[in-house]
Design a protein around this ligand. Structure first.
Ligand SMILES: Nc1ncnc2c1ncn2[C@@H]1O[C@H](COP(=O)(O)OP(=O)(O)OP(=O)(O)O)[C@@H](O)[C@H]1O
Ligand SMILES: [Mg+2]
Length: 271
């Protein structure tokens, strides 16, 4: 790592967000470190997706600030905002691929919008990104021809198109069977380990949280904010908040399996 690498990739300060008169979250502060897998967890409706929307600029914060690499996103002008937007890729809760476009066209879209690369360069990068997520040769398929797991992979390829420093991922395992969900977890780890991507992942899938998360922040609907922050195993064992312990409760057999799964595997994707 270079000496000038910042220690904080994202800094969320005293953030409040909501819809109209409804306050969903308030006084939310946390930071995300380089190459960290940070999970945003909590029960349904506690504001996980809302926090993500606020962080990526889809929802204007009611109060507070989100900064990337030390530069405020909230206070940025149009040009600064565009530069910051290029530093992250996003995967939405439902994959959100364009159904009328092939996979190659979907993945190539950010390159067309944000770069002046030639058609040939775009084609090469698209093939590389699809290879990175294990979808080589699927360029001409349409989203309707894909399984749920393949759609998520394709959406990840598109999010990686511009080589972002950060990827936001809302519910990677929704709608996936346990095996496909586990493959998705492994892919996420590989991307982080090979490309050095910082990842902010929304999830309430316990298996993924224990397998992947370096740290979690747990949101709570009642208190409209963060009720716990730390490594999932530490929180599960030591949190003084019974709601946190209850949420992170896992049986011992499952714990053994996830400990085993989180051992580093050889990386097989191309950089
Ligand atoms: N577009 C919207 N307009 C108004 N209220 C909304 C909107 N989207 C979400 N909400 C409300 O904000 C609260 C938080 O919703 P959000 O979708 O952020 O929760 P979540 O933690 O992502 O839930 P889930 O786990 O079900 O995805 C909920 O009460 C929800 O009804
Ligand atoms: Mg959500």
């Amino acid at each position: 790592m270079k000496n000038d690498t910042p220690t904080t990739v994202i800094e969320v300060k005293n953030l409040a967000c909501g819809y109209g008169e409804t306050v969903v979250l308030q006084k939310v502060s946390f930071s995300v470190h380089p190459q960290e897998l940070l999970f945003v967890i909590g029960g349904s409706g506690c504001g996980k997706s809302t926090l993500l929307r606020c962080m990526i600029g889809l929802l204007k914060p009611v109060h507070g600030d989100v900064a990337y690499f030390g530069k405020s996103f909230t206070a940025a002008d149009t040009v600064q905002r565009r530069d910051i937007l290029k530093t992250f890729g996003v995967l939405y809760q439902n994959s959100a691929l364009w159904s009328s476009m092939t996979l190659a066209e979907n993945v190539s879209l950010p390159l067309e919008e944000h770069t002046s690369l030639t058609r040939e360069d775009r084609r090469e990068i698209t093939a590389l990104k699809l290879a990175q997520v294990g979808l080589s040769g699927s360029e001409e398929l349409y989203p309707s021809e894909l399984s749920g797991g393949m759609k998520k992979r394709a959406a990840l390829a598109r999010a990686l198109a511009l080589d972002p420093a950060i990827v936001f991922f809302d519910e990677p395992s929704t709608g996936l069977d346990p095996i496909t969900s586990r493959e998705m977890d492994e892919l996420i780890l590989q991307v982080r380990d090979t490309l050095g991507t910082t990842m902010v992942i929304v999830s309430h899938q316990l298996s993924s949280i224990f397998r992947l998360a370096d740290r979690v922040i747990m949101l709570d609907r009642e208190s409209k904010g963060i009720i716990a922050e730390g490594a999932p195993r530490d929180l599960a064992a030591k949190s003084t908040n019974p709601r946190v312990r209850e949420f992170l409760k896992q049986d011992e057999e499952f714990s053994k399996q996830t400990n085993h799964a989180s051992a580093k595997k050889p990386v097989s994707i191309s950089k």
